[in-house]
Design a protein around this ligand. Structure first.
Ligand SMILES: Cc1ncc(COP(=O)(O)O)c(C=O)c1O
Length: 274
């Protein structure tokens, strides 16, 4: 079945959508995006995703009406037959007549597509610890993901399905997820900074941890903390909360059966997927 997509508000089969090669998204990756999940035809934390999109648009000075984005995302869901899945939605600075770093005044360009997806029964992750080679504004959900792509492809070539990044030994996040780990019965996660994306799932998991009054700390953590961890989790819109079974290039003490992970996973499924 052809994929359903939306381009500047017009919903069509993805094959029928024509995008200019002069799009600044194509030439410069001058665009920001969101991935929003839905379950039983209902968005999960839609407004929080829209707030983050607004943050990315503001920080990049891309001028676009968030209400227009909202209407287009809702329309895509309503016109699709899918019950469970996610919508990818990006906004670029627009289409220029010449390729120049200096953008012309133009309307923003909006593109999205919808995918069917099952959020359950995902396998534990095998990850590689890598240098974080990205830019200094990872709090913006930019489509410029070359740093992630290069490291993730290296990891894939040795059988991994995620990476765990560090900047000079300080843990940042996964290639497409945030990280949590457990040490001495306390759950830890790197604090928000320009070096990590403020993940919506990270936020949801922290709410659960606080509601359940589990021991929790946000701060700055090192590779040595990871070596001592009894459990490591990755969180994202499509992964939910997923445990790590192995870090291929680091000796750890991880045990995939973690009581705290189970408590958080069960509460997460109950809150968002029932
Ligand atoms: C680099 C990065 N960090 C974290 C996340 C998790 O964010 P969210 O939970 O909002 O999906 C993502 C998701 O794509 C990501 O790309």
């Amino acid at each position: 079945m052809p994929k359903l997509a939306s381009y500047n508000g017009k919903v069509d089969s993805i094959e029928n959508i024509k995008v200019s090669p002069m799009s600044r998204a194509f030439l410069f990756s001058d665009s920001v995006y969101e991935v929003i999940s839905f379950y039983k035809k209902k968005f999960i934390d839609f407004e929080t995703h829209l707030d983050r999109l607004k943050h990315s648009l503001n920080e990049t000075k891309i001028s676009c009406s968030i209400e227009e984005c909202k209407t287009e995302i809702v329309k895509l869901l309503n016109e699709s037959k899918f019950e469970d899945g996610y919508i990818y939605y990006q906004v670029s600075r627009g289409v220029d007549s010449i390729r120049s770093h200096f953008a012309e005044e133009s309307d923003c360009e909006r593109f999205g597509f919808i995918e069917e997806f099952s959020f359950f029964n995902q396998s534990p992750l095998k990850v590689m610890l890598v240098d974080d080679i990205r830019w200094q504004r990872c709090d913006i959900k930019s489509t410029s993901l070359l740093g992630n792509v290069l490291q993730m492809n290296d990891a894939k070539s040795v059988g991994c399905n995620e990476i765990l990044m560090h900047k000079n030994g300080e843990l940042t996040e996964g290639g497409a997820s945030n990280i949590f780990f457990v040490k001495n019965k306390t759950i830890f996660t790197p604090e928000l900074s320009p070096n990590i994306l403020p993940g919506i799932t990270r936020h949801q998991v922290i709410k659960i941890i606080k509601d359940k009054k589990l021991n929790f700390e946000e701060g700055s953590y090192s590779i040595d903390d990871l070596k001592e961890a009894s459990s490591i989790w990755f969180t994202s819109t499509t992964k939910g909360i997923l445990g790590v079974e192995e870090i291929v290039n680091l000796e750890t003490k991880i045990n995939t059966e973690c009581e705290l992970l189970e408590i958080c996973k069960n509460a997460f499924v109950k809150r968002y997927f029932s």
